[in-house]
Design a protein around this ligand. Structure first.
Ligand code: AMP
Ligand code: GLY
Length: 424
């Protein structure tokens, strides 16, 4: 079978890497791919949002499965168009993708389905939004309704901060149309957990849990990013916690989506906080996480393509149980100077050191590109994720860090404390 993976990040490189290991697969394509996917799949120069050309290409190659990577492809309607053309698609239609693309939609779905989440209100004008935040002494999270590449949330510690965050979105238009509606919610405290589940719209099969490190700097300092590293399994997350999230969050969400006429097929990602009062849902994503995929997929021993195909076809009820490695996995993102300020990130710098990786390091490329004259160069904010597996988190972490230290390009930086919390 031929498989088409849509997207160009390290998540997609990990997906391509997993797909090529499948016995069902004859060939893998990646649209548009990056400097890493080109080494194990054929990169196809079609943007993840160019729905018309994705359909044309899928027809031309008669692909047996399409895996949607980024939310932009979901939001562009790639799922709808490819399904309408008769393809097996692992990834939701645009309507179901609203669970990620509209925070207001996601919050009201949670309210209606009784899914535990922070108390919230939705606003389009600043005065009532500020008043709601002030009633909570400014201890709130202000969230742009629409997509903002993981950066549209401002967590506030006082009324001055909440006023400024609300003004930034509703008055100054910081996130453009995405921030023209905001969700303001009570600020929660606790450890975070990313639990991703495969679903065919009815059945829900959780993947191994992971924890993502969202802030740019060591010690959780600096701005929120798309994620600077992750590890699996996270500290203090046992089977009971996973069951709790599956039963209170993921299953009710999948049921509510189906009941609303937006059946969800693909990966549903629940970002939750483990508070002293129990689990609370922070967000849903309609796709795999990045960098969570880079640490979850290496632990999966089952055939991913068979799993994705079952979900795409609506046959998960008959799918065998997933097999997981007991080993821990840690991933460290090596980023470009100024990330996550995309406007200030410069690209095109040669990348050195990838040929001399220590034993056992997996390298998943994100923002890289192969230049015929200069070889591999940087092409984005998050450049590569170096990944290590180990019998302990400590061992996996050492391997991932030894890889990150080898990656050299102008302005490279990475966090040195990914998964450190789990090292005894
Ligand atoms: P989201 O995109 O909604 O997951 O938010 C991004 C990040 O902001 C989360 O991973 C949390 O670290 C933080 N965050 C979001 N909502 C809250 C909240 N209600 N209380 C505290 N932190 C939050
Ligand atoms: N790592 C967070 C995300 O993929 O949204």
């Amino acid at each position: 079978m031929k498989v088409l993976v849509v997207g160009s990040g390290a998540r997609e490189h990990a997906l391509v890497w997993k797909c090529v290991q499948s016995e069902l697969v004859e060939r893998v394509f990646c649209a548009p791919g990056n400097g890493g996917t080109g080494g194990m799949a054929r990169n196809v120069p079609i943007a993840a949002t160019d729905v018309v050309r994705l359909v044309q290409f899928a027809k031309h190659e008669r692909v047996g499965l399409v895996v949607l990577g980024p939310e932009a492809a979901v939001d562009a309607g790639a799922g709808d168009a490819l399904r309408d053309a008769g393809f097996n698609v692992f990834g939701p239609n645009r309507g179901a993708g609203r669970i990620e693309t509209s925070k207001a939609f996601a919050k009201s779905l949670m309210r209606d389905a009784g899914i535990p989440t922070a108390e919230f209100e939705t606003f389009t004008t600043p005065t009532p939004a500020k008043a709601w935040a002030r009633e909570r002494e400014g201890r709130v999270a202000v969230k742009a309704d629409g997509l903002a590449r993981g950066k549209g949330v401002i967590v506030c510690g006082g009324a001055d901060e909440s006023d400024a965050a609300i003004d930034a979105m509703l008055v100054e238009g910081r996130f453009g149309k995405s921030g023209a509606t905001v969700v303001v919610e009570e600020r929660l405290d606790g450890a975070e957990l990313s639990l991703l589940a495969i679903t065919d719209g009815v059945e829900v099969i959780p993947l191994a849990p992971a924890r993502d490190f969202k802030r740019a700097g060591d010690g959780d300092t600096g701005p929120n990013t798309g994620g600077m590293g992750a590890y699996s399994p996270p500290l203090a997350v046992d089977g009971e916690v996973v069951d709790d999230v599956v039963n209170k969050v993921l299953r009710p969400a999948v049921r509510a989506m189906a009941a609303s006429g937006n059946e969800f097929r693909g990966v549903l990602y629940a970002g939750v906080m483990l508070t002293k009062d129990g689990v609370r849902t922070l967000e849903f994503n309609a796709r795999f996480g990045d960098p969570e995929s880079q640490v979850v997929l290496p632990r999966l021993e089952s055939d991913f393509v068979a799993l994705a195909l079952s979900a795409a076809k609506g046959g998960l009820a008959d799918h065998p149980d997933l097999r997981w490695s007991n080993r821990a996995c840690v991933g460290v993102v090596v980023a470009s100077a100024n990330y996550p300020d995309d406007a200030a990130v410069r690209t095109g710098y040669p990348i050195r050191g990838l040929a001399e990786m220590p034993r056992g390091v997996l390298v998943f490329h994100g923002g890289t590109r192969f230049d015929t004259e200069r070889g591999l160069v940087t092409d984005g904010g998050r450049v590569v994720t170096t990944v290590g597996l180990g019998d302990t988190v400590a061992e996996a972490r050492e391997t991932a860090l030894s890889g990150a230290r080898q990656v050299r390009f102008q302005g490279a930086f990475f966090r040195t404390d990914i998964a450190l919390e789990a090292v005894v």
